[in-house]
Design a protein around this ligand. Structure first.
Ligand code: GLN
Length: 541
């Protein structure tokens, strides 16, 4: 029978609840437990697929093709385990299910209510993770305790505590302990109030994890323990990590968090084995080399739109003991007059995925500079489509080549909708989504990087390279290095007359982990490092 850990957050959002949950997941795996991770989001969108990444952060795609919250990316990167469409439920999806049942008459004319109908549906979502081979289910509740839309979720997890028995359920509450500069002291009141809110619902946290910028003294811990009704050793301090998010499992384990959870859940396992994890951290924190990677994208205040891309770039440096500085290159600024010198100063250029025409010409210009100057290049999804457009225009002489996403009347629609996508009206879920096989051509750089001829990578797009142009692109010297199962759709392109020029229609960034960096990112950073070292020897007298 599976045990449950619920992770809630208080006081403010953006405390890094997802990272904390993922770190607990890593610790339990390091103790030999079999886990599943899940996120419940109390907002009304059915899934994050149609939400703006500039508001909500990246949409993370699971292998089975669900568009989910970016925290699932943390779960996969920290635990090395794959998530699925059952790993993320929103209030929208829960209500949708209940309303469908109501329309079908499943409730036999009864009144349909928040309790028990919505709460039962939520409990069913949580329990859908249980299986023979699962010891612990970790479930993070999105939002902040006190939000109106979160109430049914908290009520549901309270009921699970009652039904499963308290020794089978552990409530972890993440809170914020601010340091008030003018007073020169930390304040525990917001935490007291958020725990009081939880207790009002009937949940008594077993562990309190306090996010803080400063160290917390014994007196503060005691106070938190007393006022929040948590035993003193269950008050864990999560100070801002100085170097790297992947330090978090180690920081939490050093304070005994995993022991605490194991004791509470009556689980006996040997201590956490974190050697491999620590070794990876050492390489990240003390790199021997550094490269600069330019990412040509659309940027906003929010940092999270390219989360998995940035993480995968850093992972790519780990095998080379190479740190990476990411240089954000706003695509629109490259639109009119691309700053060639600025682009030449980076050791590699990455063009990520995206939707809509804003900044596309800037991306195309950056790709041209990468191609013509031998700067290592990795293009992803829209990045690959832009690389095809660039190649068509400047190498194959197909003037005004374009994707029909940006110009329906282009004389050369080198990227277009395939028939099956043409008549889709409803935006939600109308894309090619999830993992599907790609067949790599032997002896291509992609095949060498993967060391395999059939790979499975995740997609999220509507447009494809137009099959009517495959031959002309190949005549120009472009290698169609990877095709779908039927050999119709282009999955990987590369340009052989170049140190490293690869682009993929799929999203390799979703499958990269710090303990298992993705081969394409590993190869890309390797090529960037080679360029960096070559340039360095050229300037040294
Ligand atoms: N907009 C492009 C398409 O739909 C690319 C999508 C992406 O980069 N994820 O095909």
């Amino acid at each position: 029978m599976a045990k449950y850990i619920f992770i809630t957050g208080g006081v403010v959002s953006s405390l890094g609840k997802g990272l904390t949950a993922a770190s607990i997941g890593r610790l339990l795996i390091s103790r030999g437990l079999r886990i599943r991770m899940q996120k419940l989001d109390p907002y009304l969108n059915v899934d994050p697929g149609t939400m703006s990444p500039f508001q909500h952060g990246e949409v993370f795609v699971t292998e089975d093709g669900a568009e989910t919250d970016l925290d699932l990316g943390h779960y996969e990167r920290f635990t090395g385990q794959r998530t699925s469409r059952r790993s993320n439920f929103t209030a929208g999806r829960v209500y949708w299910e209940v309303l469908k049942k109501e329309r079908r008459g499943d409730y036999l004319g009864g009144t349909v209510q928040m309790i028990p109908h919505i709460t039962d549906q939520i409990k069913q979502c949580v329990r859908s993770q249980a299986a023979e081979d699962v010891d612990v289910i970790l479930c993070e509740i999105g939002g902040t305790v006190g939000d109106i839309e979160g109430l049914t979720f908290l009520e549901a997890i309270r009921q699970i505590g009652l039904e499963e028995g308290r020794e089978n359920v552990c409530y972890v509450h993440l809170t914020y302990v601010p340091f008030i500069r003018a007073a020169g002291e930390v304040k525990t009141k917001p935490s007291q109030q958020s725990v009081a809110k939880l207790r009002e619902i009937g949940i008594i946290p077993d562990v309190l994890i306090c996010r803080t910028e400063v160290d917390l003294g014994e007196d503060v811990r005691k106070k938190l323990s007393l006022f929040c009704n948590v035993s003193p050793h269950a008050v864990i301090v999560e100070k801002d990590v100085t170097h790297n998010i992947y330090e978090l499992p180690v920081v939490l384990s050093e304070q005994g968090l995993d022991d605490l959870i194991m004791v509470h859940l009556r689980l006996a396992r040997p201590p956490a084995r974190l050697d491999e994890w620590r070794d990876m951290l050492d390489r990240m924190i003390y790199p021997k080399h550094r490269v600069r990677i330019g990412v040509v994208g659309k940027y906003s205040e929010l940092q999270d739109a390219y989360k998995s891309i940035f993480e995968a770039i850093e992972h790519g440096g780990i095998p080379h003991t190479c740190g990476v500085d990411i240089v954000k290159l706003p695509a629109e600024e490259l639109e009119d007059e691309p700053d060639i010198d600025r682009l030449k100063q980076v050791d590699g250029i990455l063009v990520p995925g995206g939707f809509g025409g804003r900044g596309v010409e800037g991306k195309i210009s950056a790709i041209r500079i990468a191609r013509e100057n031998g700067i290592p290049f990795l293009g992803i999804c829209l990045g690959m489509q832009c690389a095809v457009i660039e190649f068509a225009r400047h190498v194959c002489g197909l003037d005004h080549a374009q994707s029909t996403e940006f110009n329906k009347d282009t004389p050369h629609p080198v990227v277009c909708l395939m028939e099956e996508q043409e008549f889709v009206e409803n935006l939600g879920g109308s894309m090619r989504l999830g993992a599907s096989p790609t067949h790599l051509k032997p002896n291509t750089r992609a095949a060498q990087a993967y060391g395999q001829s059939i790979i499975h990578e995740r997609h999220r797009h509507r447009y494809e390279v137009n099959p009517g142009y495959h031959q002309r692109l190949q005549d120009g010297g472009l290698v169609l290095a990877g095709m779908d199962r039927d050999g119709h759709l282009v999955e990987v392109i590369e340009y052989p007359d170049h140190p490293w020029f690869i682009a993929t229609q799929y999203h390799p960034e979703f499958a990269s982990e710090p303990l298992n960096p993705h081969p394409l990112f590993r190869g890309f950073i390797g090529a960037a490092l080679a360029r960096h070292q070559e340039n360095a020897t050229q300037v040294t007298p």
